[in-house]
Design a protein around this ligand. Structure first.
Ligand SMILES: C[S@@+](CC[C@H](N)C(=O)[O-])C[C@H]1O[C@@H](n2cnc3c(N)ncnc32)[C@H](O)[C@@H]1O
Length: 306
């Protein structure tokens, strides 16, 4: 190997190691906030994980040790995020008060995979914060595709300026994002009207905002009363935090407003009969929804079997 290629290979290998290490560091920092100083994992922790499911331990966070280790292992054994997304994560950690609101790198990878596999062209995001997941989706889109984002920046007002800064830093990816500063429900209604009036419906919607309105969000996307619904016929909805720190497992937590809302959402989508539901234990829980009637129609035509 000529010396220049050797140097090149060493530089690439060095960059890969640096990327993995910085991601691990970022993730460790973010999760440390919710792990409350927990340092390692032992058989005592394993026993606690089992107890949490039985509802014995009063603090839901105690049960996250095994899940956190599994999650971190999955992150370090998945392809690294782009330099752009690493910058967004770093700047969010450095400048903002609530960086734990960033989705997991695994969520970004999953969204990108779903977009590529489904051929989604028009994407909607409810809850954008500093643009981490929005840019993650936008960076794999081609010319003419777009991500429309709804956020009222009610959780942390300073996120708005950083979000605009990151979208500018995102170049072509940032230019594919249309950020609408408004309450999600109002924004969804306006977008529904635009779709009824002839705009293209959305192929994929990522929901990552307030939990209390989630049922209303998926109902508006389903569009039972609309002549042309907001979500395309074969569209996908991806919902984050459907395990809500594992609190959905614990009856004693079901009285707090957010946990109650997540529990109600999880029951609603399953029982409404409108959705084909896939719930995945990715970090804080990810639920993927597709219109049920589309799959039932396919089964009836014999093209797929349940
Ligand atoms: C968890 S953060 C989104 C994180 C982002 N998806 C990511 O992973 O980088 C939730 C965001 O939803 C926004 N939000 C909460 N309730 C909202 C509402 N009713 N309408 C619009 N935005 C809302 C908050 O301002 C916040 O920026």
């Amino acid at each position: 190997m000529p010396p220049s290629s050797l140097m090149g290979s060493l530089a690439v290998a060095g960059a890969a190691v640096a990327t993995t290490l910085s991601l691990q560091w970022l993730w460790a920092r973010a999760t440390a906030r919710v792990r409350r100083g927990r340092k390692g994992y032992s058989s005592i922790d394993a026993a606690k994980d089992a107890e949490v499911v039985k509802g014995v331990i009063p603090d839901a966070y105690e049960g996250t040790a095994l899940a956190t280790l599994r999650h971190d292992y999955c992150v370090s054994h998945s392809s690294p995020l782009s330099p752009l997304l690493q910058t967004v994560a770093q700047e969010t950690q450095r400048q903002l008060r609530l960086p734990q609101m960033l989705s997991s790198p695994l969520t970004v990878q999953l969204l990108q995979t779903l977009i590529r596999a489904s051929g989604a062209r028009r994407i909607l995001e409810i809850g954008t914060y500093t643009g981490f997941t929005a840019l993650g989706m936008a960076e794999i889109l081609k010319e003419g595709m777009e991500v429309v984002c709804l956020d009222d920046f009610s959780d942390e007002a300073q996120a708005e300026a950083l979000c605009h800064q990151m979208l500018s830093a995102g170049g072509a990816a940032g230019a594919r994002i249309q950020l609408r500063r408004q309450a999600a429900l109002q924004g969804l209604r306006e977008l529904s009207e635009a779709v009824e009036a002839g705009e293209e419906p959305f192929d994929l919607c990522f929901i990552d905002a307030d939990k209390e309105n989630q049922v209303a969000y998926v109902e508006e996307l389903f569009g039972a009363q609309r002549s042309r619904p907001l979500l395309a016929d074969d569209g996908l909805i991806v919902v984050d935090n459907t395990l809500w720190y594992s609190r959905v497992l614990r009856p004693s937590h079901r009285h707090d407003t957010s946990t109650a809302a997540v529990v109600q959402f999880n029951e609603h989508v399953l029982q409404s009969g409108r959705w084909h539901v896939t719930m995945l234990p990715v970090r804080d829980g990810i639920t993927i929804l597709q219109r049920a009637q589309r799959l039932t129609k396919m089964w009836a035509q014999g093209s797929h079997r349940p």
